[in-house]
Design a protein around this ligand. Structure first.
Ligand SMILES: C[S@@+](CC[C@H](N)C(=O)[O-])C[C@H]1O[C@@H](n2cnc3c(N)ncnc32)[C@H](O)[C@@H]1O
Length: 346
């Protein structure tokens, strides 16, 4: 048995303040159970040379194990503890693109990017496809995608990203941003942002992009897809095929905080997030392929955990409601106590 210690990203500590340790632990437990055969034990923390580390025990981590753990949303640097010394363990992250993709955009109502990474990780690891984390091009759908934090994290990982948001301005802002970013980074891509017409009526606007991290991949047709529509989320299946998403990841509207922001928020203010979920969850479940997983975050001040879980179960999903899944609740600010629920499509 070997002992490991890792440093948490300093920004992660700032984001979650006191909840950080519990969240890191819960995410690590999900990694361990899903892809490391439960080999991570005795998760704790220690002060080494005056700096706080998260510690755990595990049989010698093989390179593949370290490659998985490198994607923990909180990890900054990983070490094997050897007596009084720390031996750096190389961290090769999945990241295919520059990390400013997820950090540049700042706006009211943005879901924090590290939290988004955690939610994507936990959802992925709860799907039947978890063992393929390093090899599969996951199809990730955010049915409430806003200005694309989840989509960008999915692209970072080399995945395909699909999104939908009722707020036309959000989708437009995202379309402008991502096209500019791809140009600035000189990444090979093709992008179209155009109205979708049915019976001569414009029913939505849609951004479709194909891109690749390298010229060679682009030439070989080995491309990532990004596809975003401005539409009410319950209309998703007008634009995306049923059973086509491996993962559905969404941060539900928080209630009143961002209500002045848009007509969409005004709509959702009238409808509680729980009503939205009751209507939308069956559609999201249809968009998932069997074995896929859905992960949502929401403000527990506006909807209780049991009712939220019930809405997912009513959509035919199996809610994962034990062990580490019970320990993701954390304070965001005075008005938001955020939690996560993850469910699997049988
Ligand atoms: C908490 S925000 C998500 C923010 C996003 N993760 C980001 O970082 O930009 C919730 C989003 O849900 C969208 N929304 C609310 N009700 C909706 C509906 N019925 N259909 C589609 N989108 C909706 C809002 O416009 C808002 O962008």
């Amino acid at each position: 048995m070997s002992r490991y210690a890792f440093l948490i990203l300093p920004s992660h500590n700032r984001v979650y303040a006191d909840a950080s340790a519990a969240l890191v632990r819960a995410e690590l437990e999900v990694f361990s159970a899903a892809v490391l055969g439960g080999r991570v034990r005795e998760i704790g923390d220690a002060e080494i040379g005056g700096v706080r580390y998260v510690t755990f025990d595990a049989d010698e981590l093989a390179e593949h194990d370290a490659r998985l753990l490198a994607n923990l949303s909180s990890v900054y640097a990983l070490f094997a503890v050897e007596g009084a010394l720390l031996r750096p363990a190389p961290l090769h992250r999945l990241d295919r693109l520059d990390d400013d993709l997820t950090t540049i955009l700042k706006y009211a109502g943005k879901t924090n990017e590290q939290f988004t990474k955690l939610l994507l990780n936990v959802t992925l690891l709860s799907s039947a496809f978890a063992p393929e984390m390093l090899t599969r091009r996951f199809a990730v759908l955010d049915p409430l995608c806003g200005r694309g934090t989840t989509l960008n994290q999915a692209l970072m990982y080399g995945f395909d990203a699909y999104g939908c948001d009722i707020d036309r301005r959000d989708v437009e802002a995202y379309a402008v941003f991502i096209q500019r970013w791809l140009k600035d980074k000189r990444l090979k891509h093709q992008a179209v942002f155009a109205p979708v017409r049915r019976n001569r009526q414009v029913v939505a606007r849609r951004l479709t992009v194909t891109l690749a991290a390298t010229k060679e991949e682009y030439k070989a047709g080995d491309v990532q897809r990004l596809d975003v529509v401005d539409a009410e989320t319950t209309r998703l299946l007008e634009f995306f095929r049923p059973a086509s998403a491996d993962l559905v990841v969404a941060d539900l509207p928080y209630g009143v905080q961002h209500a002045s922001r848009s007509r969409a928020a005004a709509t959702t203010q009238a409808r509680s997030p729980l009503d939205l979920l009751a209507e939308a969850a069956p559609v999201w479940a249809k968009a998932l392929r069997p074995g896929g997983a859905l992960g949502i975050s929401w403000n527990t001040f506006v909807a209780g955990r049991d009712d939220t879980a019930q809405a997912l179960a009513a959509a035919g999903l199996r809610v994962l409601d034990d062990g580490p899944y019970l320990h993701f609740r954390h304070r965001v600010d005075q008005a938001i106590l955020r939690d996560i629920l993850v469910a699997r499509k049988p």
